[in-house]
Design a protein around this ligand. Structure first.
Ligand SMILES: Cc1cc2nc3c(=O)[nH]c(=O)nc-3n(C[C@H](O)[C@H](O)[C@H](O)COP(=O)(O)OP(=O)(O)OC[C@H]3O[C@@H](n4cnc5c(N)ncnc54)[C@H](O)[C@@H]3O)c2cc1C
Length: 315
């Protein structure tokens, strides 16, 4: 049996940053993830400069391309506007690998299936044991499933379903574009050009809204792709989008039970207007680590519920 003070399940931004902060504080930590890194994660990859400010004391300079935007071209139903913003875009395959490479704790490739409490310890799959567990395994986190399913953190009306694809597309239009509430979509679509000729396009919306309309996300995706082709934004590309689901932030949230804590998407922390979750993952990873190191209450009261402020001001 491998033992540690803390076992973190999931090495995405929430888990890797929590591991880094705990290791800095001298804790004995194991980080488990079912994937081999670098791994891809469906995500447009927008981050506000505030995310890098949170990471600066913990990590070396970011070595990959980080595209900066000073404006977004937005369509809101029929209204078209240009919004001044302070945003970056990263590629998650690079960003998450950078975080996990610098977490300074052993990372074990393992898919967590079963967790139980035995005395004062938590035992995972009869192979790992720890006094505390951090659930950072995203929407399908087994820690959430085992200990928090009845916690009311996740409401059906906050369930977001998304489709996206990131691909190489030389000569892409450099403007970042968003289309809100188009053709009845209860959400928005995006076109995010990044460095090194990479483009990320995607669409996401509330699953309940789609169900009540009787229109699938795939039907909205097909309309969106036609729009990209009509506007000459993407032509001659054979799309193979990936799907993903997650939850918007609710309040009040249950983040801790005994020595088990949740961070990032496992806790359902994405912003209510834009569904952004990287900042919340990083913020909650740091806060969860501080709570464990200092034995203090784990709270996220100062975490923003909406993206608009950070979109405009970068923090
Ligand atoms: C299409 C799409 C676009 C998005 N765009 C943006 C954006 O532009 N900006 C933004 O801020 N947010 C965006 N988000 C949200 C953002 O991607 C998430 O909020 C963020 O990834 C949460 O990080 P996390 O560390 O909590 O979870 P994740 O990044 O999901 O990491 C969880 C990790 O846990 C591992 N894991 C899962 N189950 C197990 C298991 N049983 N055993 C071991 N390991 C396990 C996984 O392999 C994974 O590595 C987007 C989401 C989607 C779906």
């Amino acid at each position: 049996m491998k033992t540690a003070d803390v076992i973190i399940v999931g090495a995405g931004p929430a888990g890797s940053v929590c591991a880094r902060k705990l290791s800095e504080g001298g804790a004995d930590v194991l980080l488990l993830d079912k994937s081999q890194f670098p791994r891809s994660k469906p995500c447009a990859g927008w981050v506000s400069p505030g995310v890098f400010e949170m990471l600066r004391p913990l990590l070396p300079a970011y070595p990959h391309d980080c595209t900066e935007y000073r404006r977004f071209s937005i369509a809101l139903k029929q209204l078209k506007l240009t919004l001044p913003v302070r945003q970056y875009a990263v590629r998650r395959v690079e960003f998450d690998h950078w975080l996990v490479k610098h977490c300074h704790v052993p990372v074990v490739r393992h898919e967590v299936r079963h967790i139980e409490k035995r005395g004062d310890a938590y035992v995972i799959d009869q192979e790992f044991s720890a006094k505390s567990i951090v659930g950072a395994g995203g929407t399908r986190c087994p820690v959430y499933r085992t200990f928090f399913r009845d916690a009311a953190n996740r409401a059906p009306e906050d369930f977001i379903t998304a489709l996206e694809e990131e691909f190489h597309y030389p000569g892409a239009d450099p403007r970042c574009r968003l289309w809100f509430l188009q053709e009845g979509l209860p959400g928005y679509a995006w076109y995010v050009p990044k460095g090194n000729d990479i483009v990320n396009v995607g669409i996401g919306g509330k699953a309940e809204g789609l169900r009540s309309q009787g229109v699938s996300l795939k039907q909205h995706w097909d309309r969106f792709i036609r729009k990209l082709e009509q506007h000459d934004l993407i032509t001659d590309h054979s799309f193979k989008p990936s799907g993903w689901n997650y939850y918007l932030r609710r309040s009040p949230e249950v983040l801790q039970r005994d020595a088990v804590l949740l961070a990032g998407d496992a806790a359902g922390l994405s912003t209510r207007d834009m569904g952004e979750g990287i900042a919340a993952a990083v913020h909650s990873g740091i806060r969860a680590a501080e709570a464990l190191l200092e034995g203090k209450e784990y709270r996220l009261d100062d975490l923003r519920r909406y993206s608009l402020f950070s979109l405009l001001f970068g923090r």
